[in-house]
Design a protein around this ligand. Structure first.
Ligand SMILES: NC(=O)c1ccc[n+]([C@@H]2O[C@H](COP(=O)([O-])OP(=O)(O)OC[C@H]3O[C@@H](n4cnc5c(N)ncnc54)[C@H](O)[C@@H]3O)[C@@H](O)[C@H]2O)c1
Length: 381
């Protein structure tokens, strides 16, 4: 097995999911590459040292530039907030490192274009952690669609709902709460949550052509955790948009952090001429499927328990009927990335795929301002 020395940036939520994936991937997947947990980087020395010890990272850095310069690092994994993605990518690509980057790719499409250009010019392997593509039930939806089981698709309906920002006492800025600060996050639910829904939608149903959107910021001012001062909130707390896909499908997308009781509900339903498919992350190992060609008496929505060896990824885990969870989507994604290295079909979504999602996000945010239909951008780089 070839060793691949990894340098991870960020020890927060994603730092943990990624560390777990690097540690476990070779235990479950037969691969030519073996990640080595070489160094983790974050700014607080005491905390990064403790994180490194807990997860088995060999060393640590407190400045990502030092990490990128290290000759013993082959791959840079970006698990830090959105406003750091561009600068780290440009430096890592220049240094010839492979790059894994968290979603959303960037603060906006302009940054995403620079990043895509940089990784492609450097010819370095790259992937963006849109991990929901690796939920077995969603990967099964992709297989069924690719087999033509839905026929012509009329409707695509997606929701991504949370409820954790309803309290006006919640500050903006700092660990975890940087998501409420547009200067760090780029946008609110559009980049954070809808980017996931859009990536899944493009993967399952092709490109999105035009959008019209509305956004709202329900709580206009919040104390900033870093300055202690009350500051204007400029992220979108909620966003809903209509879309037309290039294939003619009509779509609705909705996201909010104000849906009381919804912690992380990510759903979609697709209605085709021959069949429909529905998924709900609150019941992640099930895919709902309605096939019009079933006999009229027994026809109905079936709930496929996606745990059989024939189902995507499931032959790598336990036995039929037993489930896997959230953390496995990152392990599955990493296995795809490592499995694709040096082959003619490297893992997706790559930076260019994630840039397509960024173009949709930009058009959505633009439309919310202009109150008009907006055309989704197409890469010129
Ligand atoms: N794929 C997913 O489902 C998913 C889920 C959550 C977050 N994310 C993405 O992952 C990224 C990180 O989010 P998170 O939830 O882990 O955030 P977090 O706040 O939990 O952790 C961020 C980490 O980055 C570190 N950091 C911040 N600035 C840094 C800098 N300049 N240099 C080095 N380290 C720095 C922080 O110290 C912290 O360790 C974001 O881009 C986010 O959108 C993706």
């Amino acid at each position: 097995m070839k060793k691949l020395n990894v340098g991870l940036i960020g020890y927060g939520f994603m730092g943990r999911t990624h560390s777990n994936a690097f540690r476990k991937v070779n235990q479950f997947f037969k691969l030519d590459y073996q990640p080595v947990l070489k160094a983790v980087c974050a700014r607080n020395e005491e905390k990064v040292k403790a994180f490194a010890e807990n997860w088995g990272w060999e060393s640590y850095e407190t400045d990502w530039r030092k990490l990128v310069e290290r000759k013993d690092i082959d791959l840079i994994d970006i698990g830090s907030p959105n406003n750091t993605h561009k600068e780290i990518t440009l430096a890592a690509a220049k240094a010839g490192k492979m790059i894994l980057c968290e979603k959303p790719l960037s603060m906006n499409a302009k940054e995403g274009e620079q990043m895509t250009k940089a990784v492609e010019k450097a010819g370095v392997a790259n992937m963006v952690w849109f991990n929901y593509r690796r939920v077995p039930a969603i990967a099964l939806a992709k297989q069924l669609i690719d087999q033509g089981r839905l026929g012509r698709v009329f409707h695509y309906r997606a929701k991504y709902l949370q409820d954790w920002t309803i309290s006006s006492d919640l500050p903006q800025g700092g660990a975890g709460l940087w998501r409420l600060d547009a200067s760090v996050a780029g946008s609110g639910v559009t980049g954070d949550l809808l980017a996931h829904s859009i990536d899944t939608a493009i993967w399952l149903n092709g490109h999105i052509d035009t959008v019209t959107a509305m956004t709202e910021t329900f709580i206009k001012e919040r104390k900033h955790a870093l300055t202690g001062k009350k500051q204007e909130v400029t992220i979108d707390d909620a966003c809903a948009f209509l879309a037309r896909f290039k294939n003619g499908t009509l779509a609705t997308f909705e996201s909010t952090r104000y849906a009381r009781g919804r912690k992380n509900q990510n759903t979609f339903e697709i209605n085709g001429e021959k069949a429909s498919i529905a998924f709900d992350l609150e019941d992640p190992h099930r895919l709902s499927f309605f096939d019009h060609k079933d006999d009229a008496l027994s026809r109905g929505w079936r709930s496929i328990h996606v745990t059989d060896f024939e189902h995507p990824y499931m032959d790598k885990w336990w036995v039929p009927g037993t489930t896997i969870g959230y953390e496995h989507t990152f392990i599955n994604a990493l296995a795809d990335f490592l499995g694709g290295l040096g082959t003619k079909s490297p893992a997706r979504p790559n930076f260019r795929d994630a840039l397509d999602t960024q173009y949709v996000c930009d058009a959505v945010l633009k439309s919310a301002k202009t109150m008009k239909w907006e055309k989704v951008g197409v890469s010129k780089v």
